[in-house]
Design a protein around this ligand. Structure first.
Ligand code: AMP
Length: 194
């Protein structure tokens, strides 16, 4: 099974992806996690992405498309994968289509979690204070300032991605109210993916 989880930052994509990984035995491919690992390891990609990410901006399409193209070649992706945080622009969605077509692979579903901006800002602030309380390190972009940039990028660049799937891949896009309790969102996801 091959899925895309769409939705704004803080919508719960990572949480739901982790649950799908368990139930469907497929891998989660989070470009955000991969980029944070690259920043930490100070790779060439990481050095390029670091400042953009900390400010809440989007890393270039070429970089993230390259990361995904490399990753889906790996053996553990054979059984399927969940894309979390990718594609984030229509250009990335088009590149993904080309990539999958050349490998004769098909997407099963694009699931979009819908959450209001006000709730997203509150969630990110919560995530930051919970991480601090637990003695962890808060993500460089988990603050109100960067969140405003992330949300604005979402509305201008990522929201059109769901329209892309609506028009280019009929019947593939499913919307879920991401403001429901986490378990109810999971139930709704399971209803779609079976
Ligand atoms: P995330 O963990 O998905 O919220 O991603 C964290 C940050 O990584 C984003 O704010 C972007 O700076 C960068 N990023 C992750 N995925 C992408 C993508 N598909 N395209 C561009 N930038 C991305």
């Amino acid at each position: 099974m091959r899925l895309i989880l769409l939705g704004p930052p803080g919508a719960g994509k990572g949480t739901q992806a982790a649950r799908i990984v368990e139930s469907k035995n497929i891998v989660q491919l989070s470009t955000g996690d991969m980029l944070r690992a690259a920043v930490k390891a100070e790779t060439a990609v990481g050095l390029q992405a670091k400042a953009v990410m900390a400010a809440g901006g989007l890393v270039s399409d070429d970089i993230v498309v390259g990361i995904i193209a490399d990753r889906i070649k790996d053996a553990d992706c054979k059984n399927g994968f969940i894309l979390d945080g990718f594609p984030r622009t229509v250009a990335q969605a088009q590149s993904l289509d080309k990539m999958l077509k050349s490998k004769k692979l098909k997407l099963d579903y694009v699931i979009e979690l819908k959450v209001d901006d006000a709730q997203l800002i509150a969630r990110v602030e919560n995530r930051a204070s919970e991480t601090l309380r637990a003695g962890g390190v808060v993500r460089a972009d988990d603050n109100a300032e960067a969140m405003k940039v992330r949300l604005s990028n979402y509305h201008t660049q990522t929201a059109p991605v769901s329209n892309y799937y609506k028009t280019e891949h009929k019947n593939m896009l499913r919307e879920i109210n991401g403001m429901m309790p986490i378990d109810d969102v999971t139930l709704a996801v399971n209803k779609i993916i079976g």
